[in-house]
Structures are given as structure tokens and as C-alpha cells.
Design a protein around this ligand. Structure first.
Ligand SMILES: [Zn+2]
Ligand SMILES: [Zn+2]
Length: 214
């Protein structure tokens, strides 16, 4: 099994979690139990990538928690595209929380009461958040029960073997959709592939906005 950042290996990760006996669990305030997998997606860059990953998960019967930004420079959650992406994520059966830029948490009716800071300062990231669960705080955050794929680098290795073996009592797994959905052998290539696909989408948006592209 090769640990490439693509949807084939992502599917293998989820299938391995099943084989290891893991259950997909929500960040709803309950204390983590043996065999629970808290699958979290920080949507930093691309709503289309989030929707593609969400569809694959729904296909496999996996439930995840998508954390969306209200201050992203890459997408606008208040736009028609943003509103419909949020609705689609819920239709797929996923939880949807907020991915705020410190300290601007939004707890309006769009979001379940779950947050994790975007690019947090370690000094404040685990502080309690009034009115919401903080994924970077107790009881969901513990360094040995946490894996993250940031920048296509697993700091403690890709967890596919450990998931299959049931080696974690429970695990919070952070996966960023865009770095799996777009092709590329490196993070740089993957980001450039994302920008190529954005270009097509932007042209469609310009046409929809009555911009003359002739
Ligand atoms: Zn792997
Ligand atoms: Zn982020």
C-alpha cells in the first residue's frame, strides 16, 4: 500500500479504520470511548474538494466533521456556492462546525457547536471556547491520539496500518480535503493543480456574473 495523498489511499484509510473496528464519532461533548474515530476536516482552501471528499465518505458510510471558515481568503461561505456547499455537507450526513481565525468564533445557526482554530498559536489553541467544543482541547485532543496530514506530511506517519490493527484506543484524525483531491507528487504540484481547476471554475463564475469573456 503506497501512502500517496489521493482519494484511492484515502478510501483505504477509511476501509482500514472499519477493519480495525473503529466507529465514526461526533465531537458532541461526550468523552471519547474505546474504538471511536473523530474524523475532522479543516476546509482551508476549497469547497469543491470538501464536497468531493464528503461524497466519497457518504458512499462508504463514514461520518465526518467539516469545519468551515468565515474568514477564508479562498472562498466565501456567504456566497451561493458557500451556502449550497454547507447544505450538501449536511445532506451527506456530516457535522458542520466553524474553523475560525483566532479569536473570531462564529456560533450562528449554520454551525454545530464545534470549533478548531485555523493556524493556531500553540499558546492559545487549547483554551476553552465558550459555547462550543474545541477540537484542540480536552477531551478530544491528546498528542498520541491525534494525526494530521498538514502540508502532505504525517508527523507521526500515515496511520493506515495502525488503524487496520486497531492500535489506537481512539483517534482524532485531521484531514485537509484539497491536498487529497487534487493530483500532484508534492504539495506544490497539488496546489498548482488546484489553481488550474479554480481557473475553470472562476471562468464559469465570471460568465454567470454577466462578464463578457469574448
Ligand atoms: Zn498510508
Ligand atoms: Zn486551517
Amino acid at each position: 500500500m503506497s501512502c500517496s495523498f489521493d482519494l484511492d489511499h484515502y478510501r483505504e484509510l477509511l476501509e482500514n479504520a472499519r477493519k480495525g473496528g473503529y466507529r465514526f464519532a461526533p465531537f458532541d461533548g461526550h468523552a471519547p470511548e474505546q474504538g471511536e474515530l473523530f474524523l475532522r476536516h479543516d476546509v482551508d482552501l476549497s469547497l469543491p474538494a470538501a464536497l468531493e471528499m464528503a461524497a466519497l465518505e457518504a458512499d462508504l458510510g463514514a461520518r465526518a466533521t467539516y469545519l468551515l471558515m468565515t474568514e477564508s481568503v479562498f472562498y466565501n461561505l456567504a456566497s451561493p456556492e458557500g451556502v449550497s456547499a454547507l447544505a450538501r455537507l449536511r445532506e451527506f450526513g456530516h457535522a458542520v462546525g466553524h474553523h475560525p481565525v483566532y479569536p473570531n468564533v462564529v456560533l450562528d445557526e449554520r454551525f454545530d457547536r464545534i470549533v478548531a482554530w485555523h493556524n493556531p498559536d500553540p499558546a492559545v489553541m487549547s483554551e476553552p471556547v465558550v459555547g462550543a467544543v474545541n477540537a484542540y482541547a480536552e477531551p478530544y485532543f491528546s498528542p498520541e491520539r491525534y494525526r494530521s496530514d498538514s502540508n502532505q506530511r504525517w508527523r507521526s506517519g500515515c496511520p493506515h496500518e495502525e488503524l487496520r490493527a486497531g492500535a489506537f484506543p481512539w483517534l482524532q484524525l485531521l484531514v485537509h480535503p484539497a491536498i487529497w483531491v487534487y493530483p500532484g507528487a508534492t504539495m506544490g504540484e497539488t496546489m498548482r493543480a488546484m489553481l488550474d481547476s479554480e481557473r475553470e471554475r472562476r471562468l464559469q463564475q465570471l460568465a454567470a456574473d454577466n462578464i463578457d469573456l469574448s
